[in-house]
Design a protein around this ligand. Sequence first.
Ligand SMILES: [Zn+2]
Length: 56
Amino acid sequence: MSEKKRVCMICGKPSEVSICDSCKAQIQGEAIDKKQKIEREVRIGPEMEKEKKKKG
Ligand SMILES: [Zn+2]
């Protein structure tokens, strides 16, 4: 298997490691935050996309 170049599997930016430091920190930060705060943040975005139905 020959890889052309390694990129971060999270953000896709060129990185020597599979997960760059930025993303790693973010993931770990979220993990710690979740561990400390057992709180579910349910993001329910009001997706009100109207389907355009054009009748001929
Ligand atoms: Zn990244």
